[in-house]
Design a protein around this ligand. Structure first.
Ligand SMILES: *Cc1c(COP(=O)(O)O)cnc(C)c1O
Length: 419
C-alpha cells in the first residue's frame, strides 16, 4: 500500500485522513505514521521469513531506536513483533507497549552495570555481549543477581556496509562487536562461568544496506564460527542476523527484495538447526511515516537563489544534517505552474539546517503544507529541542481514525525539569 497518497481533490492523505485536516488540527511540524503500513512492512518480512523452512520460528525484533513511540511499538507488538533495544529506557518502552520480555533483545556497546542488572531482572530473551570487559562486568552483575542470563556474542565480522560512513557498524575499525578470534575465546570463557549461558552469535554490520553481498559475507562468518564452536563442544542455538536492510529514499531506488533477503538468510543457517533472529528498524518504520511541515515564507535573493523556509528544522529531522540524507519533499496540495529550484531550509541558526539544495518543486507559497517522505525511521527518534523549539509531536493514523501519540509540549512542560 502507498500509505500517503493523493485522494479525490489531489491533496495528500495518510490512509483515510487528509493531511491538511491533520495540520489544521494538530499544527505543524508533526510526524504522521500509518499503522497499516507498519503492519504491512512487519508482515511482509515475517511472511518472507516464514516461507523458508530453515528460518521457522525466527524472531523479528524491531529496532526500537528507529522509532520508539509507544503506540508504534504497540502496533508492532500486537502483530507478534519483538524488540531490539539498546538502553534501559528502550527495554522499558518495549515492555510498556506490551512486548513480552522473552521477545526483547538487549544490544549495545556500552551497557552500564545498572542496565545489565535491569535487563536480567526483566527477564529479557538475551543480552548481546559486545566485548571482553562487558562480559566480565555481566558475569559479576549476574552473580550478584543470582542469575545466569542467556547471552549472544556480537561479532565484528570485518565486513562493513551501509548507506553512509556514519551508519556503518561492521567494519574492522568500528566500535561495534568483538573480533572473530576474541569471540571464540570469550565464548569458551562464558561457557565455563555459571553466571552466563552463551547461546549464540550475532552481527549487525550497518544500516541502509542496499546490496546483499556484504550481508552474505558477514553471515558466512557466523556460520563458520558456529561450526567451529560446535567442534569444540560448545552449544550454539541462536544466530541473530541483525538488521540494516535499506529502503528506497529516492524515486526509482530498489533495495533488495525481502524474498531474496530471506533466501540468503536461509542459506546462511541451512542445516545448522539454529533459531534465527532479525533486528530490522528502518525497513519496518521508514516508509510508515512522513514529517508534515508548513512553509513560513519563500525568500528570494538577487542572485536568483530561492529559500523555502519551513517551520520544521534539523532538530525535528536530523538525517539530512547528520548523514547528508535525501528525503523526497512534496507539497500536500500541488499548485499549477512550472517547477522551480528551492533550497529547503529550517529556521534553526545553523547552516547545516538545510534539508535540500536546489530541489525541483512546484510553486510553493507561505502557509502551504509539505511532507518529507520516508521519515518514520530515525526521524522523531532523533528529534530534540535545539533553539528551544518544542519537541515535534507525533500522530498515528489507522484507516479513517487518528490520534496524537506524542503531544507537542507547552513552554512550561519544556522547562519543567529546569530550575
Ligand atoms: C540500529 C540497529 C539495528 C537496526 O538497524 P536498521 O538499519 O534500522 O535496520 C539493528 N541492530 C542493532 C544492534 C542496531 O544498533
Amino acid at each position: 500500500m502507498d500509505a500517503f497518497s493523493a485522494k479525490d481533490d489531489g491533496a495528500l492523505f495518510a490512509e483515510g485522513v487528509s493531511l491538511e485536516t491533520l495540520a489544521d488540527a494538530v499544527g505543524t511540524p508533526v510526524y504522521v505514521y500509518s499503522a497499516g503500513k507498519l503492519r504491512e512492512r512487519y508482515r511482509a518480512l515475517a511472511d518472507s521469513l516464514a516461507g523458508q523452512p530453515a528460518l521457522a520460528g525466527a524472531l523479528v525484533a524491531f529496532a526500537v531506536k528507529s522509532n520508539p513511540n509507544l503506540s508504534v511499538l504497540g502496533v508492532l507488538g500486537q502483530q507478534g513483533c519483538g524488540a531490539d533495544t539498546v538502553s534501559e529506557g528502550e527495554i522499558r518502552r518495549a515492555m510498556t507497549a506490551g512486548i513480552p520480555a522473552d521477545r526483547i533483545v538487549f544490544s549495545g556497546v556500552g551497557k552500564t552495570d545498572a542496565e545489565l542488572a535491569f535487563a536480567i531482572r526483566s527477564g529479557v530473551r538475551q543480552i548481546n555481549v559486545e566485548s571482553a570487559p562487558e562480559l566480565e562486568r555481566l558475569i559479576a552483575v549476574a552473580a550478584t543477581e543470582g542469575a545466569s542470563p542467556a547471552i549472544v556474542f556480537r561479532v565484528n565480522p570485518a565486513v562493513g556496509a551501509g548507506g553512509h560512513e556514519k551508519i556503518t557498524t561492521g567494519g574492522e575499525g568500528d566500535k561495534f562487536g568483538a573480533p572473530v578470534a576474541e569471540v571464540m575465546a570469550l565464548y569458551a570463557r562464558a561457557a565455563a562461568s555459571p553466571h552466563v549461558t552463551p547461546v549464540g552469535l550475532a552481527c549487525h554490520i550497518g544500516s541502509q544496506i542496499t546490496d546483499l553481498t556484504p550481508l552474505k559475507a558477514a553471515w558466512a562468518v557466523l556460520r563458520a564460527m558456529t561450526m567451529e564452536l560446535r567442534a569444540q563442544g560448545l552449544s550454539v542455538e541462536r544466530l541473530d542476523l541483525g538488521g540494516g536492510l535499506g529502503v528506497p529514499y529516492r524515486p526509482g531506488e530498489t533495495p533488495p527484495s525481502l524474498a531474496d533477503y530471506a533466501a540468503l538468510a536461509a542459506e546462511a543457517v541451512e542445516g545448522l538447526n539454529v533459531e534465527a533472529a532479525f533486528e530490522p528498524g528502518r525497513m519496518i518504520s521508514a516508509e510508515a511515516g512522513v514529517l508534515l511541515a508548513s512553509a513560513i515564507q519563500v525568500t528570494e535573493r538577487p542572485d536568483g537563489r530561492r529559500f523555502l523556509v519551513l517551520d520544521a528544522a534539523m532538530n525535528d529531522l536530523m538525517r539530512p544534517a547528520l548523514y547528508d540524507a535525501f528525503h523526497a519533499i512534496e507539497p500536500v496540495r500541488w499548485r499549477d505552474g512550472s517547477a522551480r529550484l528551492y533550497d529547503v531550509v529550517g529556521p534553526v541558526c545553523e547552516s547545516g539546517d538545510t534539508f535540500a539544495k536546489g530541489r525541483d518543486l512546484p510553486p510553493i507559497q507561505a502557509g502551504d503544507r509539505v511532507v518529507f517522505r520516508t521519515a518514520g525511521a530515525y526521524g522523531a527518534a532523533m528529534s530534540n529541542q535545539y533553539n528551544s523549539r518544542p519537541l515535534v509531536p507525533e500522530v498515528l493514523v489507522d484507516g479513517d481514525a487518528w490520534r496524537v501519540v506524542r503531544k507537542r509540549p507547552t513552554f512550561d512542560e519544556m522547562v519543567a525539569a529546569e530550575t
